[in-house]
Design a protein around this ligand. Structure first.
Ligand code: NAD
Ligand code: MG
Length: 384
């Protein structure tokens, strides 16, 4: 039986990996909606290849170009933030949420309201919305499947067990491309150095997040919402080989780990086929050639972001949404050459210190916190 699928952020790195898997399993899927921010030419090409019902650009100024590329086809087109939400309301058995940043929050919430299955890559949406999102998932009986490799690993390690028996969840972190740099060297890191990840091929924003370790900070908060064992039972360990994607330790002393190649098609395939398995073209894990697995405690002096995220998680309220928004602003400024690498965590810290909004109770309130935090982060940047 075929299943219907929508992919938001179809032109990005997660979108590419997802569509790669669908391409190899074409007969089993009907594609409903594909979206991009702009990338009209690529989006149109994918919409034609996968015979999508509708192609949507988030940036309305790219709609004319999309229409041009799709003229003569029966594929519908739309543009703008509201169009993304409406596309996410179209019935689909599975929605892949792979937009980067809080920009993906509203369409993800719309997809959750369908009560089907949402495969979540867009961690910023969950970090910002937290309980607002998990409450919606519960209310609509939605199945939320984590695509982030660590959370997908934890999800797999929890199968067949009772979450009450968990004593620790350990998130592994590669440490990123700058793991061995000194404080002085970090000051001078360029965007090109920061995005050159040793193990994973990802979009620019998450690549910078991996370099600053904000990615692991966001994942700490993401894990807190997906696996409610309590913040005191979540920890982070640096594991440069990225072979173990995360671990769950139980009260009897057993630790379960999920291992695999550093290829996002593995966790995505596990979400697409859930609760079964599907074939992938991924290179099998060759442990003999990897030889050694090593582990280190994170260095929060050189990489303060995991500490900031942990503090924001404990503070609760709007703090995680502020952390995320300030980080998005600071990363964009770093990529544009406006601030130094080490300014990213400083801007986030200063924005968090500047106020403490209360816990947002609904989507609009989350977006309001996000908007204000962006304004404040830009002010902090000017005073950097
Ligand atoms: P990417 O930059 O490669 O792709 C992002 C996608 O979102 C593109 O299709 C882009 O057009 C779209 N987009 C960007 N801004 C938008 C906006 N304002 N409105 C609408 N659409 C917009 O990013 P990615 O690496 O594929 O990451 C996507 C998400 O998945 C992120 O939240 C990231 O943290 C998460 N994630 C990625 C990986 C990975 O290996 N790439 C792993 C785990 C989690
Ligand atoms: Mg991850």
């Amino acid at each position: 039986m075929t299943r219907s699928i929508s992919i938001f952020g179809a032109t990005g790195s997660i979108g590419d990996s997802t569509l790669d898997l669908i391409r190899d399993d074409r007969a089993n899927w009907d594609v409903v909606a594909l979206s991009a921010n702009c990338s009209a030419e690529k989006l149109a090409r994918l919409a034609i290849e996968f015979d999508a019902q509708i192609a949507v650009v988030g940036d309305e100024s790219c709609l004319a170009e999309l229409r041009e590329h799709l003229s003569g086809t029966s594929i519908e087109t739309a543009g703008g933030e509201q169009a993304l939400i409406e596309a996410a309301q179209r019935p689909a058995d599975l929605t892949v949420a792979a937009i980067v940043g809080c920009a993906g929050l509203a369409p993800t919430m719309a997809a959750i309201e369908q009560g089907n299955t949402v495969a979540l890559a867009n961690k910023e949406a969950l970090v910002s919305a937290g309980d607002v999102m998990t409450a919606k998932v519960a209310r609509h009986g939605t199945t939320l499947l984590p695509v982030d490799s660590e959370h997908n690993a934890i999800f797999q390690c929890l199968q067949g067990n009772d979450i009450k028996d968990v004593s620790w969840i350990t998130l592994t972190a590669s440490g990123g491309p700058l793991r061995a740099k000194t404080m002085a060297e970090l000051e001078a890191v360029t965007p090109a150095q920061a995005v050159a990840h040793p193990n994973w091929d990802m979009g620019a924003k998450i690549s910078v997040d991996s370099a600053t370790m904000f990615n692991k900070g966001l994942e700490f908060i993401e894990a807190h919402h997906l696996f409610p064992v309590g913040l005191d039972r979540l920890r982070i360990i640096v594991h440069p080989q990225s072979v173990i994607h995360s671990m769950v330790e139980y009260r009897d002393g057993s630790t379960l780990a999920q291992l695999g190649p550093s290829d996002m098609r593995v966790p995505i395939a596990s979400a697409l086929a859930h609760p079964r398995r599907m074939d992938t073209q991924c290179k099998p894990l060759d442990l003999a050639s990897i030889g050694e697995l090593t582990f280190f405690a994170p260095d929060e002096r050189r990489f303060p972001s995991t500490k900031l995220a942990r503090e924001a998680a404990y503070a609760g309220g709007g703090a995680p949404a502020v952390l995320n928004a300030a980080n998005e602003v600071a990363v964009a400024a770093f990529l544009a050459g406006q601030v130094k690498f080490t300014d990213i965590s400083a801007i986030v810290a200063r924005t968090l210190d500047s106020y403490a909004p209360e816990a947002p109770g609904n989507l609009e309130a989350v977006l309001a916190v996000d908007t204000e935090a962006r304004v404040r982060a830009k002010e902090m940047m000017e005073h950097a």
